[in-house]
Write a protein that binds this ligand. Structure first.
Ligand SMILES: C[S@@+](CC[C@H](N)C(=O)[O-])C[C@H]1O[C@@H](n2cnc3c(N)ncnc32)[C@H](O)[C@@H]1O
Length: 220
């Protein structure tokens, strides 16, 4: 999402309900494992966009380091601007502009470094979805937790339009266009399970959530 207009429309949209729901589910999952990220450990948010999830993670765990990685400088410019406005709360949040395809074996400082790897709404953007799973394996410390959420592909164009009208009726046309494109590009539960099998991550769980999401979570 390198187009500045696309990045601006995305950064200005209000995804707070969906973001909060993701954080709540992540917290519930961690509670079920009796785990919390320890002070000084690192959380990586892949495809962090304008930083909406990074900010929530940092506010939740102020002693933890949060690293947002995104391939679009236009998106990260919004993230950095927002961080400036919340500087006191986001002291341990950093961003890195990097395409996922150049992370594995080229970011040795990050290898096996993350206690928690998250992503929201990233998988369907990747030409090769295996990239997410390879990068996750590269970044995750032994015993790390992973938590990914993405859209899942509806079974027809009519269903995609119904979802858009239910969840994104009042939005700039650029966002509506991107939302429909994202629904079409998204994966089904079976497809994600096949990706995980190929990546050697078949022990991760894949769930359908609500009428439009998939969640992939587990321990590395
Ligand atoms: C739909 S946005 C999601 C942003 C954010 N995670 C959120 O929760 O709102 C997808 C983000 O993934 C980034 N992205 C897509 N493909 C990427 C890649 N190969 N490497 C790094 N970032 C990528 C895009 O630049 C964009 O910021």
């Amino acid at each position: 999402m390198n187009d500045p207009l696309q990045a601006k429309a995305y950064a200005e949209a209000d995804f707070s309900c969906a973001d909060e729901a993701l954080i709540n589910r992540l917290q519930d999952y961690l509670i079920s494992l009796s785990k919390v990220p320890s002070p000084g450990s690192m959380i990586v948010d892949l495809g962090c966009g304008p930083g909406n999830i990074c900010e929530r993670l940092q506010c939740l765990w102020p002693d933890v380091m949060v690293l947002g990685i995104d391939g679009s400088q236009a998106m990260l410019d919004h993230a950095l601007q927002r961080q400036k406005a919340m500087a006191a709360e986001l002291k341990r949040l950093t961003y890195r502009c990097s395409n996922l395809s150049s992370l594995v074996n080229q970011s040795v400082d990050l290898e096996n470094s993350a206690a928690l790897v998250v992503s929201n709404s990233l998988l369907h953007h990747l030409h090769d979805p295996n990239l997410l799973w390879q990068v996750t394996k590269y970044l995750a410390a032994p015993g790390a937790i992973v938590f990914n959420r993405d859209l899942r592909r509806p079974s027809s164009t009519e269903q995609a339009i119904a979802l858009q009208q239910k969840h994104m009726q009042q939005a700039p046309s650029i966002l509506i266009r991107d939302y429909l494109a994202s629904l079409h590009a998204a994966f089904t539960l079976e497809e994600v399970q096949t990706q995980l099998d190929h990546a050697g991550l078949d022990h991760l769980h894949v769930n359908e959530v609500e009428d439009r999401y998939l969640e992939v979570f587990g321990t590395i």
